[in-house]
Design a protein around this ligand. Structure first.
Ligand code: NAP
Ligand code: MG
Length: 403
């Protein structure tokens, strides 16, 4: 019998290969779930640590630039080197985090969304649909300056403008030891964060929530609130109305309380620190980091899809010893489906977008039929899950994918 015709792609996507267990999974996903169905067009960049070292990390910059040119990328998890990795791989230097490099070049915001399936129930009973967190990735406490105050003294905030004029605010007149901290943010960074969030909400047709503590921080947090509100009024109000979605601003403590009582199904824009804390709360409450997708969206509308987890090093070392592993490939599969769907939407190739839908459905159907990797088998509400190894799970998805 003739093989069914493969789906054509118009424009290539940027493919960034990575490290360790996720690199093994990457190849399996391509071989078993993508290439039998799609005539894959990709510009391939090997971001595996060895090749980053060989190219003095130029490959990471080239991959980010290709993403700006082609608009859509899919990325495998990569090692961020530390001292131990420098030794393990004999690196020329401790290269920076590829995700950090790519995020800086695309000036993007990361959106993380849990993958919701029957059998893996959220800890919060009211949550029916996923909640997407968008975390601002610049400034605040992550770029702070701090001083330990040893004893009596006056602490002031001083702004020296370009023309030399000074403005001072008293922080505190210390009569005993303490601490002080200075932090900053930039209008331009807040604006591109707001733009990415508003665009993402439109693209996914979900309400956008944003919260700060502007009642207490009447200048700093208020600036965030104003920038979001001004941008919304000027450029998004009508488009949100047309899409039937809302922009909703509230105080951060009120937002947390409402999130816990909500049904989900919205985008939650968070300042840097709030996003750091709340994204871990959300992924734990929804089930597992291995069931979390992540997409970097630039204000120009470039998209880079990846898994939220790392390279699963411990499983890789077991794999190298020839032991069986049961590593969850769902987030990697969804990185591919996300990228293929976006490519299909941008290129007006609906058959590619509907393949992405089918791939996701096949993955979810596999788990809902009781077949899953060990991490999910341990937390599922199904009474008798069937635990598959890394490859068996991917082959089971392939089985569900066949017409
Ligand atoms: P990790 O790869 O996320 O894994 C931590 C642990 O979480 C694993 O040992 C495993 O627990 C569990 N886990 C994570 N993903 C899983 C999956 N898909 N299936 C099953 N279990 C999963 O974090 P890490 O071990 O701390 O970091 C390893 C490397 O990844 C580091 O070099 C780090 O730099 C890198 N990293 C990269 C990214 C990225 O590229 N986006 C993000 C984070 C970390 P058990 O061992 O208990 O089964
Ligand atoms: Mg964190």
């Amino acid at each position: 019998m003739a093989e069914p015709k493969k789906i054509r792609m118009r424009t290539p996507l940027v493919e960034m290969d990575g490290d360790e267990m996720t690199r093994i999974i990457w190849q399996m996903v391509k071989d078993d779930l993508i290439c039998p169905f799609v005539e894959l067009k990709s510009e391939y960049f090997d971001l595996g640590l060895r090749h980053r070292d060989e190219t003095d990390d130029e490959v990471t910059v080239n991959a980010a630039e290709a993403t700006r040119r082609l608009g859509v990328a899919v990325k495998c998890a990569t090692i961020t080197p530390n001292a131990q990795r420098v030794e393990e791989y004999g690196l020329k230097q401790m290269w920076k985090s590829p995700n950090g490099t790519i995020r800086a070049l695309l000036d993007g915001t990361v959106f993380r969304t849990p993958i919701v399936v029957r059998g893996i129930e959220p800890q919060v009973r009211s949550w029916k649909r996923p909640i997407t967190i968008a975390r601002h990735a610049y400034g605040d406490v992550y770029r702070n300056v701090e001083i330990r105050v040893p004893g009596a003294g006056r602490a002031e905030l001083v702004l020296t403008s370009a023309d030399g004029t000074e403005r001072r605010e008293l922080i505190h007149e210390f009569t005993s030891p303490g601490v002080i901290q200075g932090m900053h943010n930039l209008d331009a960074s807040i604006e591109s964060f707001a733009t990415s969030c508003l665009e993402y909400a439109l693209a996914t047709r979900q309400d956008l929530w944003f919260a700060t503590k502007d009642t207490i921080s009447k200048t700093y947090d208020h600036r965030f609130k104003d920038i979001f509100a001004d941008l919304f009024e000027a450029s998004y109000k009508e488009r949100f109305e047309a899409a039937g979605i809302e922009y909703f601003y509230t105080l951060i403590d009120d937002a947390v309380a409402r999130v816990m009582r909500s049904e989900g199904g919205f985008v939650w824009a968070c300042k840097n620190y709030d996003g750091d804390v709340m994204s871990d709360m959300l992924s734990a409450a929804f089930g597992s980091l291995a069931m979390m997708t992540s997409v970097l969206v630039s204000p120009q509308g470039h998209f880079e899809y990846e898994a939220a987890h790392g390279t699963v090093q411990r499983h890789y070392y077991r794999h190298l010893k020839g032991e069986r592993t049961s590593t969850n490939s769902v987030a990697t599969i969804f990185a591919w489906s996300g990228a293929l769907r976006k490519r299909g939407e941008l290129d007006d190739t609906p058959e590619l977008a509907s393949f992405a839908d089918r791939l996701e459905k096949a993955t979810i159907d596999t788990i809902e039929s009781g077949q899953m990797t060990g991490d999910l088998a341990r937390i599922t509400t199904f009474p008798k899950p069937q635990t598959l190894d890394t490859e068996q799970f991917i082959l089971a998805v392939a089985e569900h994918l066949r017409p």
